[in-house]
Design a protein around this ligand. Structure first.
Ligand code: MG
Ligand code: MG
Length: 231
């Protein structure tokens, strides 16, 4: 359902649509499946998805903002169904975007893949963090420090926290059956962020664009099993 909701958002995103319209479509889709949008009401969050445009990193509140050609927009969706949560995000281009922004999105997605590849039984948690940081910094981008990935299951956010930076071979050892939401947030400029006066929207401190990709993954003996792959 998380994947289908993101696919739906991606199909709707074009110049002229508002972030509110995207959120409403996501909400109606999730509710039509008899499930609940996990973010709605979470610590008072007022919408069903987080939609973060351009210099907004995460936790953007959908509203009357209209998307413009050339922007990048991150959509983050959580679903609660039959006792369990799923969580995934992707950054989507609005029409034609610059080569710079495309590269930012590509590097962020590839850093997520590098992190996911480390989610195998016997590895240690910070092996994921390190793989992400190395990939991002090799491209001269920066990894947001203030926000992290997380365990997920019967709660939306469970232990352990999963930073997107750090030295390898530290933290808890990964074991089969653990479920993690890995989610690098990557800035074109400084890694520093600040929160807007709405108390939710996190933006880059220097106003440059940011991208965000997230998957929910199960650790297995045979490596990572990604639960939120696009169909
Ligand atoms: Mg998420
Ligand atoms: Mg998450």
């Amino acid at each position: 359902m998380v994947v289908e909701a993101l696919d739906l958002a991606e199909s709707l995103i074009q110049p002229g649509i508002t972030t509110f319209e995207i959120d409403k479509a996501i909400e109606q889709f999730i509710e039509s499946k008899g499930a609940k949008p996990a973010f709605k009401g979470y610590n008072g969050f007022p919408a069903s998805s987080c939609i973060s445009v351009e210099n907004e990193v995460v936790h953007g509140i959908p509203g009357n903002r209209t998307l413009n050609e050339g922007e990048i927009v991150s959509v983050d969706v959580g679903v609660y169904f039959q006792g369990f949560f799923g969580d995934s995000a992707r950054t989507i281009a609005v029409g034609e975007i610059s080569a710079d922004k495309q590269k930012l999105m590509d590097v962020t997605q590839s850093s997520l893949q590098k992190g996911l590849n480390k989610a195998s039984s016997g590895a240690r948690l910070s092996d994921i963090s390190h793989a992400i940081q190395k990939t991002v910094e090799a491209a001269n981008y920066s990894v947001v420090r203030d926000l992290v990935g997380h365990g997920i299951g019967r709660k939306l956010h469970e232990d352990p926290q999963i930073p997107n930076y750090g030295n390898p071979n530290a933290g808890p050892r990964l074991r089969t059956g653990m479920v993690l939401a890995i989610e690098p947030m990557v800035n074109m400029g400084t890694y520093e962020v600040k929160t807007q006066s709405d108390d939710w929207t996190v933006v880059t401190a220097d106003g440059l664009p940011s991208a965000h990709f997230e998957h929910t993954v199960v650790v297995t003996d045979n490596g990572p099993e990604i639960l939120t792959l696009a169909n």
